[in-house]
Design a protein. Structure first.
Length: 150
């Protein structure tokens, strides 16, 4: 699995909106300045998140963007899929080495490993919400092996 800038920035933007949940919309420029991200990139990410139904846009002088759902109902998987379109790419699906060996109907001894890895990654990402991340839940940090100051 390769985490791209799209996925990382998508999570940063989504977390920013999750932390501001209930406080009204935030302008894309303000969000990009606060998070120190390129404005054009933030605009494109917000568009992807909006198309996926994770973000709503509000027009007008006090308009901007806000999370379309409660932070506890938006998973890391949701955000990565919206930002990147996939969470895990199975290389043999995208770049077959051999048309006979990489045919989906052919028994391949390697493909099950990638499918299992894809499923486990998706399950893990689906089990962590934006609310889990911004509330610094101890179990999220424990899973990652990170020690958080008390």
């Amino acid at each position: 699995m390769r985490v791209t800038t799209w996925a990382e920035y998508g999570l940063i933007v989504s977390l920013h909106l999750a932390k501001r949940s209930g406080q009204g919309p935030v302008a894309a420029r303000e969000l990009s300045e606060h998070e120190r991200l390129p404005h054009d990139y933030v605009e494109q990410i917000l568009l992807r998140l909006r198309r996926a139904g994770l973000v709503e846009s509000v027009r007008g002088a006090k308009g901007g963007y806000l999370l379309a759902r409660q932070p506890q109902t938006v998973s890391v998987k949701d955000v990565i899929e919206a930002s990147e379109h996939v969470t895990f790419e199975v290389n043999c699906d995208l770049h077959p080495v051999d048309s006979e060996r990489c045919n989906p109907g052919t028994a391949c001894s390697i493909r099950p490993v990638w499918r299992l890895l894809e499923r486990r990654i998706n399950d893990l990402l689906a089990g962590i919400s934006l609310a889990d991340l911004f509330s610094a839940k101890p179990e999220v940090y424990q899973i990652a092996g990170v020690t958080v100051g008390t």
